[in-house]
Design a protein around this ligand. Structure first.
Ligand code: GN1
Ligand code: MG
Length: 361
């Protein structure tokens, strides 16, 4: 792909001095490009949206426009530049560009001196992450959810996901179901746990809020030097959802001893020290606005999100790997096994999780 067309479309100034592929997303293709006009340096992030996953990318960009403006308006003046992403406008004034081959592109200014983390060995860093995601919910608490497109319908609807999963098991298009019997059996056994939050939602026990829905720790920008949190990124899935989804997914990703795709599952498990750190930050922000039931179901969120990801990774494996980017052929089954190992450990530690949450409520 020739990026010059994209540079021109977004009117990037000067001359490109470097282009790096960023590898920490499983869906879109992301590039960091550095430019200079001889005196000043500028860096931008350019992303090619995966339109197999995002069928209507212009809807994402409409959501992002609304959400980033809402946040921008609330930030104090000294935080406006680095506290939210500033999307680039293309020559036609839109915040995206469709290339000659039909590829869908967007870009934003790289936030100066910012960094993301893929793991959180330092609990105080993870506590800040919790506060940042909690704060994000508060910033969007008064956002009119009816104006948001539901980008991926039923994104965390685990009942729908389970149903589609078992249909895929029956269909078995890649002929892989037999080799995954153990994993399929486990996911069948814990189905009620995986569907718990959707049940409560249907029973009217939990309120719908505007949530991020993809709260991996690497979706937070930190200042490279001070390590203070700057902005929440990857707003593709900002949609109506449950508080427990955001809490749970962040725990799933950041409080695991291992990476989410660790092949050696003896390394995988829930680190209660990191769990506590995140809980302190997150609950500290939301405890006055959250309902009792929301707070009581945060730990369920961790289990639900982990089971959901196991279901999604295995679904994709059975489907012949169409959805998630792979680094090697067995990647999706390795991810599945790791999420199952984590879910099992979380189930064992459920009481401890609840006791920790109770401390900060
Ligand atoms: C995908 O691309 P990334 O890393 O932001 C996925 C999330 C999963 C995650 C698992 C739109 O997110 O739902 O939790 O991979 N995003 C989408 O790593 O499906
Ligand atoms: Mg994402």
């Amino acid at each position: 792909m020739e990026l010059t067309e994209i540079y021109n479309a977004f009117m990037l100034k000067g001359e490109c001095t470097a282009c790096t592929v960023l590898k920490n997303g499983n869906i879109n293709k992301t590039f960091k490009v550095d430019f200079t006009d001889g005196e000043k340096e500028y860096s931008y992030i350019l992303q090619k949206i995966n339109t197999y996953v995002f069928k209507k990318p212009e809807h994402i960009m409409a959501n992002i426009d609304g959400v980033t403006e809402h946040i921008y308006n609330k930030l104090p003046d000294d935080k406006k530049e680095r506290g939210v992403l500033h999307y680039l406008k293309a020559t036609d004034g839109r915040n995206y560009y469709t290339d000659k081959e039909g590829g869908f592109w967007r870009g934003y200014g790289f936030v100066p001196n910012s960094v993301t983390f893929d793991s959180f060995a330092d609990p105080s860093l993870f506590e800040s992450a919790g506060a940042a995601f909690g704060e994000f919910q508060l910033l969007l608490a008064d956002y009119d959810a009816s104006t948001l497109y539901e980008i991926i319908p039923g994104f965390h609807d685990t009942k729908k996901r389970y149903k589609a999963f078992f249909e895929k098991v029956e269909e078995d298009p890649a002929g892989r179901a037999a080799e995954c019997k153990e994993e399929i059996d486990f996911l069948r056994e814990v189905r009620a746990d995986g569907e718990l939050l959707v049940d409560l939602l249907e029973q009217g026990e939990l309120p719908v809020r505007v949530t991020h829905n993809d709260t991996k720790g690497n979706n937070i920008l930190f200042d490279k030097d001070t390590k203070e949190t700057l902005a929440i990124i990857d707003l593709d899935t900002v949609m109506p959802g449950l508080v427990a989804y955001d809490f749970g997914d962040a725990i799933r990703f950041g409080a695991n001893y291992s990476d989410e795709d660790e092949p050696d599952i003896s390394k995988t498990g829930l680190d209660l020290i990191r769990f506590e750190a995140f809980t302190k930050g997150f609950v500290g922000k939301i405890k006055n606005t959250a309902t009792k039931k929301e707070l009581e179901t945060l730990s369920d969120g961790a289990i639900v999100m982990t089971v959901e990801l196991a279901v999604r990774f295995l679904h994709d494996y059975l489907d012949g790997d169409k959805y998630f980017k792979l680094n090697y052929p067995e990647h999706n089954i390795v991810r599945t096994r790791c999420q199952i190992a984590l879910a099992k450990d979380m189930m064992k530690k459920k009481k401890e999780m609840d006791a920790i949450i109770a401390k900060y409520v």
